[in-house]
Design a binder for this molecule. Sequence first.
Ligand SMILES: Cc1cc2nc3c(=O)[nH]c(=O)nc-3n(C[C@H](O)[C@H](O)[C@H](O)COP(=O)(O)OP(=O)(O)OC[C@H]3O[C@@H](n4cnc5c(N)ncnc54)[C@H](O)[C@@H]3O)c2cc1C
Length: 432
Amino acid sequence: MNRNFQAIVVGAGPAGSASALSMARAGLDVALVERGTFPGEKNMFGGMLHRLPGLEEIFPDFWDRAPLERHIVKKGVSFLTGDSSFNTVIEPGSFDRTPYNGYTIFRPRFDNWLAQEAVNAGATLITSATVDELVYKSGRPDGVTIVGRQGELHAPVIVAADGVLSFLAKKAGLRQPVFDPGQIAVGVKALLDMPRELIDERFGLARDQGFANEFVGCTEGVRGGGFLYTNYDSLSIGLVFHLGSLRTSGKTPYDLLNEFLKQPQVAKLVRGGRILEYSAHLIPEGGYDMMPELTGDGILVTGDAAALCNATGLNLEGINLAVESGLLAGKAVAEVCRKGDFSKRSLEVYKELMNESHVMKDLKQYRKAPHMLHNDRIYSAYPELVCQIMEQIYRIEGTSKKNLTKLFIQSAKEKIGLGNLAADAFSAWRSL
Ligand SMILES: Cc1cc2nc3c(=O)[nH]c(=O)nc-3n(C[C@H](O)[C@H](O)[C@H](O)COP(=O)(O)OP(=O)(O)OC[C@H]3O[C@@H](n4cnc5c(N)ncnc54)[C@H](O)[C@@H]3O)c2cc1C
């Protein structure tokens, strides 16, 4: 197969489909190339889909139109030690009113739907097609070769939306050939089948309400944390680890996940669930400092391929940033196509659009958060401290009570050290 297009988008994840959608709506002849047999086939996340202002502008009925699961009304954090937990839950009334703050989704359904919207707008979707080489003409990218379908596609501009390991960004020399394992995380997830009524009863939900919970102290000292999300009739539960710390520990993600599911506080939540599948994926967690060059001659980089993930330890945002960057890449390509100039200089318009967007503003604002999360105390000493203090506050034994300040200082000294506590508080203040 040999075909010419005005633009080629590689990868039909949220970034790629948003990009193709935006270009097709601008009247461009765009190819959307995906290695899966359908978009989203093997894509996974935690996860919670946050608000998508760019798509809401294109489809004012976006939230009725897209395939969604439950809207999240409660967010919680659990601090775990071997047999204790301290749980906090926030349930603001506004999370249960439209426009909702976020939804759970299934990636195969959501990604496929978004790609079909790009097709409906005029994009050409080519599936089962793995891009394995950039084709150059006069020293500039001019197309890609496809393994599955043995052919070449040509276009003067290519959008790399091929995810965290972006082969295209690497080939074009826009990113480091090897990642720093301290900037990459690996997520493992189990999908558990569970009747809808049981989920509603167990997590205190009604109608289409959903619950999202983070866990700290559940990774046996490896830097990372856990997550649980309620879908209509299943639970998504898993762990995310910093790759460098996982490697050093010598532990395997699936063993840690199985141990997590057996922890008494977690076992109660998943009881009655049947494991449907396991999945795993990498996450670019290095933030702003991990970003590659966003543009080169004839090429733009979007979504995870550009490390556009905001992992602050409080929220993990990736899909919303991928979609926004994809839409802006599409807008930039439409503009350079009008001028007929596909040089790096001309494509810098994408950088300008990105710099004005919340994507870059947020990544810059939370630039220090990934560094703060490289602190082993967060993953065992602090959960132990919180559980110990709360246990002593609520334990009433008929003896005189300790002064709360003294109790806090004594426990903090014992578990963290006062110097470390002050340093960690300063680091958290600077990062968040
Ligand atoms: C465990 C976990 C939990 C997460 N939780 C959340 C969350 O709660 N909320 C949130 O917003 N984000 C979350 N994320 C992050 C989010 O999933 C990503 O940021 C988002 O998927 C990035 O979208 P993308 O389109 O850039 O890349 P991807 O979704 O990775 O899509 C890339 C696409 O390119 C295709 N592709 C790759 N290489 C080629 C090739 N050579 N040729 C053709 N096609 C190719 C792939 O098949 C895929 O379809 C989570 C991620 C993980 C792993």
